[in-house]
Design a protein around this ligand. Structure first.
Ligand SMILES: NC(=O)c1ccc[n+]([C@@H]2O[C@H](COP(=O)([O-])OP(=O)(O)OC[C@H]3O[C@@H](n4cnc5c(N)ncnc54)[C@H](O)[C@@H]3O)[C@@H](O)[C@H]2O)c1
Length: 247
């Protein structure tokens, strides 16, 4: 076995990151590679995910881009079949999900947002075949504390945490499962928000008075995923600059 590297990740290990073309997923992919993991970057956005993988390779890391829509079972199976180039895939980050501002039909939105995380997880677990696999699901403070519109978004983000707790309790022989709840994070989805009047008002109520960065969220994800967090199972780690403790 190779010597452990940063965060305790082993050199032969690989991670699948969904939604890796942009924002939190992209930052997680880049920082996972900095920690020595091989990164299998999934996204709907073929050019974007290719760019993420190329950025990693250009800095000496190992990465593959896998275009895939996580809401489609056939595409998930196909993507998993194409995610084998780095040997065992011990880690999974379920990050992809529809934007909170999307006007989606409620039932369909839940299927897209939480159903897709379950779909990827179940298919990956069938193939994980690695010791002590771990996953992190990306939820939101909208799922545990903050009410937001449209209706499906807080419902789906709460459901993601419920599903994570299910995995932690009932699939603990198969996977260690945790979730991260980002607060407002400076990704393309919040472009222009910080500078807007409403954004300024909201940020006044955040104790750190700013948006989080995708990198700040990614380190929380990677810590929970890593062997350093080996006795952490079933938690929701809020990363929000203190916003929700002031609500
Ligand atoms: N930005 C925030 O303030 C914030 C706050 C809380 C939670 N989140 C959550 O973080 C996650 C990432 O959000 P972000 O802000 O980084 O968004 P982003 O738009 O910057 O990136 C999301 C990526 O996911 C991809 N994607 C979307 N649907 C997909 C699908 N069906 N299959 C494959 N890829 C898909 C997109 O193409 C995009 O590249 C989401 O689950 C979001 O709900 C974001």
């Amino acid at each position: 076995m190779s010597a452990p590297i940063s965060f305790g990740f082993a050199a032969q290990d690989a991670v699948i990151v969904t939604g890796a073309a942009s924002g939190i997923g992209r930052a997680t992919a880049l920082n996972a590679a900095r920690l020595g993991l091989a990164v299998i970057a999934w996204d709907l956005d073929e050019a974007g995910v290719a760019a993420t993988a190329e950025t990693i390779r250009a800095s000496g890391g190992r990465a593959a881009a896998v275009p895939a829509d996580v809401t489609d079972q056939a595409q998930v199976e196909d993507a998993l079949a194409r995610s084998t180039g780095f040997g065992r895939v011990r880690y999974l980050v379920n990050n992809a999900g529809p934007a909170s501002a999307s006007e989606l039909e409620f039932d369909a939105a839940l299927t897209m947002a939480v159903g897709s995380m379950r779909r990827v997880t179940m298919s990956w677990l069938e193939r994980a075949a690695a010791p002590e696999p771990a996953l992190v699901n990306v939820s939101s403070v909208a799922g545990n504390v903050i009410g937001t519109a449209p209706d499906w978004y807080p419902a789906a983000k709460a459901a993601i945490m419920g599903y994570t707790r299910h995995l932690a309790a009932y699939r603990s022989d198969d996977v260690r499962a945790n979730a991260v709840a980002p607060g407002m994070t400076d990704t393309p989805r919040l472009q222009g928000f910080a500078a807007s009047d409403v954004g300024q008002r909201v940020l006044q109520r955040v104790p750190l008075h700013r948006l989080g960065t995708p990198e700040e969220i990614s380190w929380a994800i990677l810590f929970l995923l890593s062997p350093l967090a080996s006795y952490i199972n079933g938690v929701l780690l809020t990363v929000d600059g203190g916003w929700t403790v002031t609500q």
